[in-house]
Design a protein around this ligand. Structure first.
Ligand code: ADP
Length: 379
């Protein structure tokens, strides 16, 4: 942002320099003396700034502004609108220093509503000042998300750690009773596994949300992804007597992406299908090509998910039935990881479900066209 701000300041300085010779004492009249082409050039510069921006004089008259200033409620009839902004402009001119303040600004016109702004006014030469207004809504939203996430993680960690502490006390108290001590030790192992799963999923989530989530990209054959994911769930499915049926023809091509992430996403879906379905039911994994997209589906004969819950299950730590999820060893992060993997690969994930009938989760990814394929396709 700072480069752009300097760009604007430079533009403003250029303009101020260009018109300095024509300036008269009354500022509103000065603004009328600016050549139109210079104002147009300056408006272009202000328009490319990420913040709403305006060049104004000491009496709040606007010389040039970015095109969003009026709708955002910063300018009314060619003057600075909000009282707080006019006060800042006075202060900047009086002190000769940049001044800044956070404030709530009311939008005007079609886009009514308030927005949170960080306002900054910097005095320039020739009685002018540069006004910048940064929209803080997104920053505040991200802060809220981060705060919620930290609170959720702390809560999720507290449960197994609290259980471990109680179990350790129980082991100590049962030092004369070997059978009891063994029983508590086995439960301790279960809680340790929960903690390990949670930490593994947290690391995985932070990896797929990272700055460079697809560093190890290559064309990955769809059949390899399915074979690997199904294979890794073999023991879990046998334990619950669930048969996994895989589509006979998976040879549809490749997805360009991170093999590990793609396998993890599919494995999470198969794992849920196994964990939430009654014993002895079937899970199906299908693959098909729809236009330029590969669709991988996982279908189960489980309890199904209500429409209200369907819109929330991809959120971090959201569980339809927290007790059931805890029983199955769920971390509440599986589908959030799936969602990020899909987004990283330019794909999508969706769910169809009906309570009492079962669910179908669908992963959608663009098919990879190798240079060879493209040539053939282009002929
Ligand atoms: P968890 O680790 O709890 O399974 P997920 O993010 O994988 O977390 O899933 C979120 C919630 O969505 C689960 O707790 C469960 O309530 C519901 N869910 C996910 N997959 C299925 C499914 N195949 N059938 C029924 N409910 C499911």
């Amino acid at each position: 942002m700072s480069t752009l701000v300097w760009l604007a300041l430079l533009g403003a300085a250029l303009l101020v320099g260009l018109v300095a010779g024509r300036a008269t004492k009354r500022i509103p009249e000065v603004t009328n003396t600016y050549p139109e082409d210079q104002i147009a050039a300056l408006t272009q510069i202000l328009d490319v700034l990420p913040d709403a921006a305006a060049l104004v004089d000491a009496t709040d008259v606007v010389v040039a502004s970015s095109s969003n200033c009026v709708a955002m409620g910063l300018i009314t009839t060619d003057r600075l609108g909000p009282v707080v902004l006019r006060a800042l402009n006075r202060e900047a001119h009086r002190t000769g220093k940049t001044v800044a303040r956070d404030a709530t600004i009311s939008r005007t016109g079609d886009s009514l509503g308030n927005w949170e702004a960080r306002l900054q006014v910097s005095p320039l030469e020739n009685n002018l000042s540069l006004v910048l207004a940064q929209d803080l809504s997104e920053e505040r939203r991200l802060n809220d998300v981060r705060r919620d996430f930290v609170a959720n993680v702390s809560h999720e960690l507290k449960t197994p750690v609290g259980a471990l502490s109680l179990l350790a006390e129980a082991v100590q108290a049962a030092d004369q009773d070997v059978a009891q001590a063994r029983h508590f030790a086995a439960r301790m192992q279960l809680e340790v596994r929960r903690l390990t799963d949670l930490i593994t999923d947290l690391v995985e989530l932070s990896r797929v949300q990272g700055d460079a989530p697809l560093r190890n990209s290559k064309p990955v054959p769809v059949q390899d992804i399915v074979a690997e994911a199904v294979d890794s769930m073999k023991i879990a499915s046998e334990k619950r007597k669930i048969q996994i049926n895989v589509a006979p023809d998976m040879n549809v091509g490749a997805i360009f992406g991170d093999e590990g992430q793609l396998i993890t996403a599919l494995r999470n879906l198969i794992s849920n299908a196994i964990n939430y379905s009654p014993e002895g039911t079937k899970v199906g994994v299908g693959v098909k090509l729809v236009g330029d997209q590969v669709e991988i589906t996982v279908t189960d004969q489980g309890p199904g998910i209500s429409e209200a819950d369907q819109s929330r299950i991809f959120e971090r730590f959201y569980r339809v039935d927290p007790a059931r999820s805890r029983e199955t060893g769920g971390t509440g992060l599986g589908l959030a990881i799936v969602k990020h993997v899909c987004a990283n690969h330019g794909g999508d994930c969706s769910v169809w479900s009906r309570v009492g009938e079962g669910s179908t989760f669908t992963l959608q990814f663009p098919i990879h066209h190798s240079p060879q394929n493209q040539e053939i396709g282009g002929k």
